[in-house]
Design a protein around this ligand. Structure first.
Ligand SMILES: [Zn+2]
Length: 421
């Protein structure tokens, strides 16, 4: 692995140079094709899976996923490394070219360096190292580059699971090299509930507002109720899952968007607003569950209705992601813990992610419970200007992933040795 250090840096830089910005989903096809070429050159059988039928898969922005597979002596177990190739938009505040793959002071810089092109490159080099060491595989090895993780992953990992390609019928274990830090193993995430609240009023002349019902003011009542009643209650609930940062172990609610006025008109008018809509992001805990989360919200809204005359609202569910958690007995946790202890030199921390990632589809649709996130990037620099990944972390995470690969699909006749233990 030490010999492959430059190669790992170069692979990370090449991945960064594809501007796979999502939204809208730029350069997916050439990036997937290039990645397929890299995997093919390394001896993988390469498949492309286009997300046919998904509305976001268009001629202008095709959704193309790539999988490389290397068969061992037996088809199972199969260990699958999954990395998303999409990156979030660049945003303001950069001091260097986000798509050049600048190397400086022991770091590779660029959009996606941490989240998560560095992680994908590390997984590829980890598997290369096992092959170059001449270790025969007992089981099989797969590496995928998938799209749209940053916008929900429906044309990416969810699609692969739905078509039966990434399911427990074919794959036993999945490692997702998301940026959760080189010495941490991530076992899942809380639940997400996005919903719209729409308040409906009655239009009237703005000079005689008492003749109408103001939907914006009614939304104000909703916001007040959420802030004064619901939010303090949520703040008292703490999950047993090891979510980082610590503050994200609590249940939370955030209002994302608000718009009000006349239906269909973006400009102000001399009228009483008859329409207001707001979008909320509620992060719920495994211990709360979705049904109770939604019921509690309805109760809050009904409370407002009981209090405010002529209050009318609609609640529309936008997205529900259920919490996922890797079982504590997962062999992936055990092997990564051992690898981190050996390579990094201290005890691994088991964490849960503050946000969701493709784990939800791997387990929720694919039914694969043995899934974790482990990768080299630093969580806090993801999605930030001047995003970077440390080259030492790239190498160390690749070493840990290589050891996990040996453990899970390596030939038992060449057992993993742990020199320092
Ligand atoms: Zn990511």
């Amino acid at each position: 692995m030490d010999d492959a250090r430059d190669e790992l840096v170069e692979l990370t830089r090449q991945l960064i140079r594809w501007p796979t910005v999502n939204p809208p989903g730029d350069a997916y096809e050439p990036c997937a094709q290039w990645l397929g070429g890299e995997l093919g050159r390394r001896g993988y059988t390469v498949e492309y899976h286009v997300a046919n039928g998904r509305p976001e898969h268009t001629t202008q922005h095709p959704r193309v996923n790539v999988i490389g597979r290397r068969d061992g002596a037996m088809p199972r177990p199969t260990l699958h490394f999954n990395g998303h190739i999409d990156v979030v938009p660049v945003g303001l505040g950069w001091t260097l070219d986000p798509f050049a793959g600048v190397v400086r002071d022991g770091r590779v810089y660029g959009r996606g360096a941490a989240d998560m092109k560095g992680g994908l490159a590390a997984a590829i080099i980890a598997c290369d190292a096992v092959q170059r060491a001449g270790v025969p595989l007992r089981g099989s090895l797969e590496i995928s580059g998938t799209v749209d993780e940053e916008t929900g992953g429906w044309a990416g990992v969810a699609h692969l699971a739905q078509i039966g390609r990434l399911t427990s019928a074919r794959v036993d274990s999945v490692i997702i090299p998301e940026p959760l830090n080189v010495d941490r193993i991530c076992i899942g995430h809380r639940g997400v509930y996005w919903f719209d609240v729409i308040t409906r009023g009655l239009i009237a002349h703005g000079s005689m507002p008492y003749l109408g019902v103001n939907a914006i003011e009614h939304m104000g009542e909703v916001l007040h109720e959420i802030r004064a009643v619901l939010a303090p209650r949520l703040a008292t609930r703490v999950t047993a899952m090891p979510v980082v940062p610590d503050e994200s172990r609590r249940a939370t609610i955030n209002v994302n968007t608000i718009a009000g006025g006349q239906v269909g008109h973006a400009v102000q008018s001399p009228c009483v607003a008859d329409h207001c809509s707001a979008i909320f992001d509620r992060r719920f805990l495994r211990e709360e569950g979705f049904d109770a989360t939604r019921a509690e919200l309805v109760e809050v809204l009904e409370g407002v209705r009981g209090r405010i005359p002529r209050f009318a609202y609609e609640l529309i569910d936008r997205l529900v992601v259920h919490p996922v958690e890797t079982p504590a007995s997962s062999p992936l946790i055990a092997t990564l813990r051992r690898g981190i202890g050996h390579v990094i030199g201290h005890e691994a921390t088991v964490v849960a992610s503050p946000g969701t990632y493709d784990h939800k589809h791997v387990t929720g649709i694919g039914g694969i419970v043995d899934c974790v996130a482990y990768g080299p990037g630093v969580l806090e620099v993801s999605h930030q200007p001047d995003e970077w990944v440390s080259i030492d972390d790239l190498v160390h995470s690749a070493q840990v992933m290589a050891l996990a690969t040996l453990d899970i699909v390596g030939d038992p006749r060449t057992p993993v040795t742990w020199p320092s233990q």
